[in-house]
Design a protein around this ligand. Sequence first.
Ligand SMILES: [Zn+2]
Length: 447
Amino acid sequence: MNLFRLSFAYIRTRRVMAVRSRRQLEARQLRLMRRHFGFVLKHSPFYRDHFREAIRGWDGSDLTFERLEALPLMDKELMMTHFDRLNTAGIQKEEALRCAWQAEETRDFTPQIGKVTVGLSSGTSGNRGLFLVSQEERERWAGTILAKVLPRGLAKRERIAFFLRANSNLYTSVRRRRLSFEYYDLLHYLSVHVERLNRQQPTILVAPPSVLLSLSKEQARGRLAIRPVKVVSVADVLDNRDREFIGEQLGKPVHQIYQCTEGFLAATCPFGTLHLNEDLVHIGREWIDKDSGRFVPIVTDFSRTTQPFIRYRLNDVLVLKKEPCPCGSVFSAIARVEGRCDDIFYLKDQKTAQNKAVFPDFIRRAVWQAGEEVVQYRVVQQAPDAITVAFEEQSGTDRKQAEEQMRAAMIRLFNRLDVQPATIRFTYYQPPAADKKLRRVERMWSP
Ligand SMILES: [Zn+2]
C-alpha cells in the first residue's frame, strides 16, 4: 500500500471538486483524455483497430470533444469478446476468469494475477463482466473515494462498515490509521450482522439498498442500535421510498455511490445530489428522452489504464437534474439512476402498435399510489402484454384494496402514455437471495 499515492489522489480530488468553472473542468478533462488516448492507442491493440478508421489523419494529442463523440461505441459484450487484446497488462480472459471464480467459490478474497486485481461483476450467467485494476489504480481509487465519501475529511477517526457481495482487494486497500474497516459478507445471516454492527458502532455504513432496508427494520424493532454519521447506498438502484424509510430509521439522509465494473461514476455531495465524477470520467449522453432528461451514459474513463474504457455504452438509464445543486459544484448533477436499459418496460402504442418505453420510475410511482401499506414490491413485465406485481403489505392491510389501487394507477399510466394495457396479475412478494440484486422493476422478455 502506497500511502503517498493514496494521499495524493485524495488531495487532488478535493482540489478538483473545488473547481467552480465548468470551462476549467472541461479543459482539464480534455488534457487528461488526450494523454490517456495516446497511451491507449499505443498499448491496446483492440482500441488501435477499433478506432483505426475514425482517427485517420489525427492522433491522440489532437482529440477534441467532437472527435470523441464521433468514435465508435463499445459495450460489455465487445469488451468481453476482445478482452485479451483490450487490456494493457497482457492478461488472458481464461486465466482471469479462472482466478475470479476460484476466489468466489472459496471466498478467498485475493483474486490477483501479479499485481493486478481481478473482479467479476454481477450479472446473469454468461453476461458477467471481468474487470482488472492495477495496484496503482487501486491506491488512487482509494484516495478518490475517500475524498468523495468521508464526511469530515481525514482529520476524524472513522469506523466503516462495508457490506459487499464479494470482497476484493479493491476495498480492503482502504485502511489507514484513522480509518478502520470492517467487511460484512452479504451471505451471512442478518442476526450475525446486527450483533457485529452493535459491537462495531460504525460511523459510516455502506451497503446495498436491500441491506440498508433490512437493517433499518432491525433498528426500528430495537434490535439494532447504531448511530452512523453517514449512510451510503451502493451497487443497486435506490428507490425513493426506501431512501426515506432508511433515512428516518438510521437518522441520517442516505447518500449514494454510483459505481460499477465500468468505473466510479457518481457520488452524492453534502446536499445529497448525485454528481457525475467528471474528474475521472467523461460521460457522453445518448438521449432517450431529452425533455425528461433521460439518457444512456457513454463512459470514457481517463483514469484507468489497465483495462481502458473509451466510449463505453453503459446499460443504464440516468436522469439529468434540471435545477442546479445548491452546493455550487460544476460536476453535472443527476436526479437519479433510474435503472438498467433492460428494465424499461415496452407496451404497444395505441395508434401505431410500435413499442413504447414505460420507464421504471413510472412503474414505481404507480405502486406507491397504493400508499405506505405496501412495504415490499417487485414488478416484472413477463411478456409484451403481461405484468406481474409481487408485493408484501403491512399486517392488517386490506390486500384486495391495495391491489385495486395499484391496478387503477397502472391503468391511468397506460392511458396517459396512450399504450395498449397489459394484464396485471398480483402475487406474494419473495425477497431475493442475500447475494442477489434487488430489482424492483424488471423486464423478462426482449422486444
Ligand atoms: Zn451538489
